[in-house]
Design a binder for this molecule. Structure first.
Ligand code: FAD
Length: 326
């Protein structure tokens, strides 16, 4: 029987999309192993999050309401999750492998002498012991993994899970944890938060993404992509090459080591389509590629291809759309 704890991170008062996926995965695992799911939520809205977690399948929802946990801080979050993981007696800790999860999984595994397994999309069980399934070789195959330690920290790939059906009448217990992280635990502090003018919608939540690569040629070209993205009600993305060149901030990176996205429309501009980039857009519904090279690998993934210089296509498309949309 598995004892499962899900870290249910919040966005405002509600659970984040990643937390909902982690809870759905945890509930499925609990049903297969005869176990139960518990959750932990933080900050001033922890109780609201706990109620949502119960409606999503948790039987016990731990809360730490300390206001220091309003904003993400790696040390505070690791210490707080660690405290609840130990107190809950759970042996499986599940969290979304989103940007925050990428920060947390390894640290939490180390603190608990646990195995860590990331980008998990599924599992099967034998004698109540899970075998974890995750994509490998840039999503070309699936690997199956068992772990050797008594505890395991599992990072769930974003956009890989169907969400649980919400049961508002579900009954569960909310247990406040008496733990007060202190300011002294904060090793680095965010003094000024500069809102990036380029990214107003979270990539992971965007339904339309206009993404630029090395073929865009420099930061100026991204202004045109940004205009198009705004017009479509979407947001800007980028390849690693464009981020590494410093043309756009690294939080716009899509791919294996960036954001995993699932938009309805993904417009790839001057992006060759390396496997590491494609790993981030597996779940994109329609991919439009604009590339001067007709042999570019992106065309194997694209639903619509435009073999042309983006400098001719993007301004023309933007003007046309302005007439229709504005
Ligand atoms: C471990 C590892 C992890 C990685 N993780 C990621 C990741 O998360 N995300 C990611 O993106 N990459 C990642 N990479 C890098 C990846 O392998 C590629 O190097 C990168 O994606 C290439 O970026 P690009 O397509 O922008 O550039 P390029 O491969 O250089 O392609 C540029 C494209 O632009 C086209 N082009 C040029 N001029 C124009 C024009 N005027 N109009 C239209 N098209 C034009 C060219 O034909 C070309 O196809 C990773 C690599 C490694 C080793």
């Amino acid at each position: 029987m598995s004892r499962i704890l899900v870290f249910a991170n919040q966005q405002g008062t509600g659970l984040s999309s990643g937390a909902k996926e982690a809870l759905a995965f945890g509930s499925r695992l609990a049903s297969s192993t005869g176990g139960e799911v518990r959750s932990v939520t933080f900050g001033p809205f922890a109780e609201a999050g706990a109620k949502e977690a119960i409606a999503s399948g948790a039987s016990i929802a731990y809360t730490i309401s300390n206001p220091l946990l309003t904003e993400y801080d790696v040390e505070l979050f690791v210490n707080s999750i660690q405290t609840v993981f130990q107190q809950s007696g759970a042996d499986i800790l599940i969290l979304s492998f989103d940007k925050m999860g990428k920060d947390l999984v390894g640290r939490l595994a180390t603190r608990n002498c646990a195995s860590a397994i990331t980008e998990v999309v599924d599992f099967h069980t034998s004698n109540d012991k899970p075998t974890w399934i995750r994509p490998i070789y840039g999503d070309k195959a699936y690997g199956e993994y068992t772990t050797t330690r008594s505890k395991v920290v599992v990072g769930i790939r974003q956009k890989s899970q169907e969400l649980a059906v919400i049961d508002e009448k579900a009954v569960g217990e909310i247990i406040p944890i008496d733990y007060s992280p202190s300011e002294e635990m904060i090793v680095t502090k965010l003094v000024v938060k500069i809102q990036s003018a380029l990214s107003d919608i979270r990539l992971e939540d965007a339904s339309i993404i206009v993404s630029g690569g090395r073929g865009v040629g420099g930061p100026e070209g991204f202004n045109d992509l940004q205009t198009l993205a705004k017009l479509l009600g979407g947001t800007l993305g980028a390849s690693r090459a464009a981020c590494d060149a410093g043309w756009v901030p690294s939080n716009l990176q899509v791919g294996q080591t960036g954001a995993v996205v699932a938009p309805d429309l993904y417009i790839a501009v001057g992006i060759s389509g390396a496997s590491q980039h494609l790993a981030g857009i597996t779940n994109a519904k329609t991919v439009v590629a604009i590339n001067t090279d007709p042999e570019a690998p992106i065309y194997k993934r694209a639903n619509i291809g435009v073999v042309a210089d983006y400098k001719t296509v993007i301004p023309a498309l933007t003007e046309k759309l302005k007439k229709v949309l504005v």
